[in-house]
Ligand binder design. Structure first.
Ligand SMILES: Nc1ncnc2c1ncn2[C@@H]1O[C@H](COP(=O)(O)OP(=O)(O)OP(=O)(O)O)[C@@H](O)[C@H]1O
Length: 692
């Protein structure tokens, strides 16, 4: 029977590949249109999109087959599902796009003889599923077929078999798409309605980043008429991480989505050249030594709800008082009353942002001067009066209506009675030379947007915030005001919240900032990255000193026991080299060595290199991630994954038994896909005691 199935699928694959090749050839024969004719341009766009789709489909045209019998039809139809949709010459679907409504059956169907259904644009479609089959095709070769469901057979154990097969074969240094194995709980998030803020708490390895990227691809497909990819954006913690995830969207046939960090984006918003004082140093200070009291004070104060309120109030106060109760004489014994200027500012131009109102008022004032001088003959005297009046207009506007984000922020800080004095002095000193800390960016962006407004065509159609536990409510507030329809996907894991000076410890800090009817929360408890042994170990470490919202539940994928290696000063380096060598001998290509501090990584690098092992030291400032053997402080590994992870020196002095270190070590442990080794010198951390 299996042979029969294989033959059948091989024949179907050959036919499909032939059709794809023929279509591709035909399209390549058509010269690209570069003229001005709009109809021809639209046709060229369609041809170009088809060329791109065929390029994706020609190597791995599909990954699944679903035999579906629509209710009241005589027989089931075999549907082949792929990363992109392809139609045959007659326009009939040859491959169905995974994002199409009917394809949702493949992800939501969990077996049984009951009616299955999906939502089509025309309404609910019901029917019966006869076959759910996973098909692995690599480079045009049929490699494997696994039947997850065959009508009449009750055994569904193969459902997990295919997922486990995909999980255990992962070895790429970059994040991959998961279209063939999206799980039901992930599918629900990917296909959730566009106009609501999704807040997703997901344990380490639950697929949050992956889901966010698939959701973007889905939203673009579903709302082609409303969403523009250039107006969709992903905020991630650093550029290294952005490079790590960079392959997924192109692989899903999606381009043009902005991918950035909050700091890079905010700096671009502000039209004043500002220098960001090295974030690297302040992060390092906090993550390695707990931060100096001044730094802590600064970070806490500027992220506090009281400060957000204070900035709001200062802006509202400025707007209310912007036009002074003062007559403005523009020509000898002639001028504008404050009532007239107020009428323009508060009534006529009310709907404009402040900077635009200023422009309009300037024009109004100049027109007024023109009108008042109309009766005078042209000549030197008229010119002089006009010049003088224009000078007065400029001076008035400069004094009352021209703050920049930085000048306003400085005024606001000076007047702030509750700001700790050393924080105030340090920030003002830096601002004078146009230097800022990253925590100054939310208030500065807030002020900039208030003063200048954000045109509708520049607003975001959808925003993804990854590692959101490290975001502040202030950052979310800012993005909310410039995003249409509350369209957000916010993902994170409180158990990995190691930036507590700026992040949150409860998702309500974000959800309460949205209209409650527009917020949907999800909790993901299943972890797909690591083996059962690794997740068990990570959970034990975490709960030694922290009470998580929920514990990670592994998919049943068993691997080697977690190794704990006791060392001393004499044999520590040798043991580390041996552990790396063992991982390499097993064929692992992406191996992470995680240290407690950057200094430790720097010390270990030459030792590893001198053993003839090529390793890359990550400092958090790189733009590219290329995998291989990497060495980095544990806090920089957040979001990444390695086939084998070695955590160096988990000794008592390095990882004291407290919530911060439990979370830090949890992050490190959960980076491992297949193997985890913990090493310690002399006395082990109490956090790993339950696994020794
Ligand atoms: N349904 C799935 N099928 C196959 N692999 C999956 C699935 N879901 C997640 N994975 C894999 O699990 C790993 C973790 O995914 P991802 O990095 O998106 O998780 P995360 O929740 O963002 O993790 P973390 O919070 O630890 O950074 C990746 O290797 C991803 O490919």
């Amino acid at each position: 029977m299996e042979d029969q199935n294989h033959k059948q699928e091989q024949a179907h694959l050959t036919r499909t590949l032939n059709i794809i090749s023929q279509q591709k050839e035909r399209l390549e024969e058509v010269d690209q249109y570069v003229g001005d004719d709009i109809t021809e341009q639209a046709l060229e766009d369609i041809r170009e999109r088809t060329r791109q789709s065929l390029k994706i489909a020609e190597k791995e045209p599909y990954f699944a087959r679903l035999d579906f019998q629509e209710d009241l039809t005589p027989q089931a139809e075999a549907l082949y599902i792929g990363k992109v949709g392809v139609a045959d010459e007659s326009g009939e679907p040859l491959i169905i796009d995974w994002r199409a409504p009917i394809a949702s059956l493949f992800y939501s169907f969990a077996g049984g003889n009951d009616l299955a259904y999906y939502e089509s644009p025309e309404g609910l479609v019901e029917g019966y599923i006869h076959l759910k089959r996973n098909i692995v095709i690599r480079n045009r070769q049929l490699q494997r077929i696994v039947d997850a469901y065959v009508k009449g057979k009750t055994d569904l154990s193969n459902v997990d078999e295919f997922l486990l097969y995909r999980l255990s074969e992962r070895e790429s240094s970059k994040l991959q798409d998961i279209v063939s194995t999206i799980q039901t709980e992930q599918n629900n998030i990917i296909r959730a309605p566009k106009n609501s803020a999704l807040i997703i708490q997901g344990v380490a390895g639950s697929g949050k980043t992956t889901i966010a990227l698939h959701r973007l691809a889905y939203l673009i497909y579903q709302h082609q008429d409303k969403l523009r990819s250039e107006r969709m954006i992903i905020f991630a913690p650093n550029r290294l991480f952005l490079d790590y995830i960079a392959d997924v969207l192109p692989e899903l046939g999606v381009g043009g989505i902005q991918q950035t960090t909050f700091n890079d984006w905010a700096l671009e918003q502000l039209d004043e050249p500002l220098t960001l004082r090295s974030q690297h140093e302040s992060h390092k200070e906090w993550l390695e030594t707990g931060g100096s009291p001044t730094a802590m004070e600064r970070l806490r104060y500027k992220g506090s709800p009281a400060f957000i309120t204070y900035v709001h109030q200062a802006l509202a106060h400025y707007e209310a008082e912007a036009i002074p109760d003062q007559y403005l004489e523009l020509l000898p014994h002639k001028g504008l009353s404050s009532e007239t200027i107020k009428q323009w500012f508060y009534t006529d131009y009310k709907h404009y942002p402040l900077s635009k109102r200023k422009e309009r008022i300037e024009t109004k004032m100049k027109n007024w001067v023109e009108e008042a001088l109309k009766s005078l003959e042209s000549g030197k005297e008229k010119q002089a009066l006009k010049r003088k009046a224009h000078q007065k207009i400029r001076a008035y506007l400069k004094k009352h209506l021209s703050p920049t984000a930085v000048s306003f922020y400085m005024q606001l800080l000076k007047a702030d009675q509750t700001c700790p004095p050393d924080v105030k002095a340090q920030t003002l000193e830096m601002l004078k030379s146009k230097e800022i800390y990253s925590e100054d960016l939310p208030p500065l962006t807030h002020i900039h947007h208030y003063l200048n407004g954000v045109p509708k065509e520049q607003k975001f159609h959808h925003v993804v915030i990854d590692e959101a536990q490290d975001f502040s409510p202030y950052q979310v507030d800012i993005l909310k005001t410039i995003t249409l329809n509350h369209s957000f996907t916010i993902l994170g894991d409180l158990s990995q919240g190691i930036h507590e000076y700026k992040g949150i410890d409860d998702w309500s800090a974000f959800s309460e900032r949205f209209d409650q009817s527009k917020v949907t929360t999800f909790v993901l408890e299943k972890s797909y990255r690591s083996t059962t042994e690794i997740i068990d170990c990570a959970n034990k470490v975490l709960t030694q000193a922290y009470q998580p919202m929920c514990l990670a539940e592994p998919v049943f994928r068993s691997g080697e026991e977690v190794k704990v290696i006791a060392c001393n000063d004499d044999n520590y380096h040798q043991s580390l080299i041996e552990s790396i060598q063992k991982a390499l001998e097993k064929g692992y290509t992406n191996i992470g060595i995680l240290t407690r501090t950057e200094a430790e990584s720097t010390t270990l690098e030459p030792i590893i290199q001198s053993a003839g092992l090529k390793c890359t030291l990550l400092s958090g400032q790189e733009d590219k991630y290329s995998g291989g053997l990497s060495l980095s402080p544990v806090y920089l590994s957040k979001g990444l994954e390695f086939e084998a992870t070695i955590i160096a020196n988990v000794s008592r002095d390095h990882y004291p038994s407290n919530a911060f270190h439990a979370k830090l070590l949890y992050v490190g442990c959960t980076r491992a896909l297949h193997e985890l080794t913990l090493m310690y010198k002399d006395v082990p951390s109490l956090l790993i005691e339950p696994i020794i």
